[in-house]
Write a protein that binds this ligand. Structure first.
Ligand SMILES: Nc1nc2c(ncn2[C@@H]2O[C@H](COP(=O)(O)OP(=O)(O)OP(=O)(O)O)[C@@H](O)[C@H]2O)c(=O)[nH]1
Ligand SMILES: [Mg+2]
Length: 217
């Protein structure tokens, strides 16, 4: 019997290298219903990814799980999320030398889909292509599979471009967008890529989490 082969799980890097200035403290350590965001992200990522690393440029303010590699930006200076993506590519080239793509997910988005990798990696003609998530008509450039081979181009872009928009970088390369559905809850549709940037959004996330729990009962 031919059992279809599962696609290889990519190396993954959790992006948490920003300043968290709107929140006022590192977002990885925020507690949502008794568990840190980092815990929640790692739990959701673990079945989908091969090796997992955490991109950080400052102390996280919490104890990190043992075995989680921590990588600071390879081009220091807070050049934005693209610097974290470059760091992810450089790290993956070392930590998973046979991988063609690296997955990135930001640390502040606790409800991201548990079939993120399955669906991104099913994008047609993936070789050499960026596969990026999208919901409700909006692209989420930090949820993507990135060809590791474009690291040098990204580094040159970071060193020369002034705006450093992830969408503009994606437009330089072949890419596919993969659409993810909203999650139905009794309070209305929840975007699985809802992200937490402010204390108000942390409270909102608590409310959404309750809706998700009610949904399971
Ligand atoms: N490596 C790296 N990641 C960054 C940088 N700036 C933002 N990010 C990451 O990009 C993602 C989206 O950024 P934001 O949601 O704005 O997070 P932030 O920059 O920490 O928060 P603010 O300072 O409030 O804007 C988060 O996962 C950040 O950690 C950076 O300079 N370097
Ligand atoms: Mg954010």
């Amino acid at each position: 019997m031919n059992v279809p082969e599962a696609p290889p799980r990519p190396p993954a890097v959790i992006l948490a290298g920003g300043r968290s200035s709107r929140m006022g403290r590192p977002k990885v350590g925020l507690v949502l219903d008794g568990r840190t965001l980092l815990d929640r992200i790692v739990e959701r990522l673990a079945p989908q990814a091969d090796v997992i690393a955490l991109n950080l440029n400052a102390a996280p303010g919490i104890d990190l799980p043992p075995g989680l590699a921590v990588v600071a930006d390879t081009v220091p200076g807070y050049f934005g999320p693209l610097a974290g993506i470059l760091t992810a590519m450089r790290h993956a080239a070392q930590a998973a030398p046979h991988a063609a793509h690296v997955l990135t997910v930001p640390a502040d988005t606790p409800f991201f889909p548990d079939d993120l990798v399955a669906r991104l990696s099913a994008a047609p003609d993936l070789e050499g292509r960026i596969a990026v998530a999208c919901s409700d008509g909006e692209m989420h450039p930090l949820f993507a599979l990135w060809p590791i081979a474009i690291a040098d181009d990204l580094e040159a872009w970071i060193r020369t471009d002034t705006k450093l928009r992830a969408r503009a970088f994606i437009a330089r390369h072949p890419s596919s967008t993969v659409d993810f559905p909203m999650i139905d809850t009794k309070a209305g549709p929840l975007d699985p890529f809802f992200n937490i940037n402010t204390p108000d959004e942390l409270r909102e996330a608590e409310a959404w989490l309750q809706c998700l729990k009610d949904r399971k009962q």
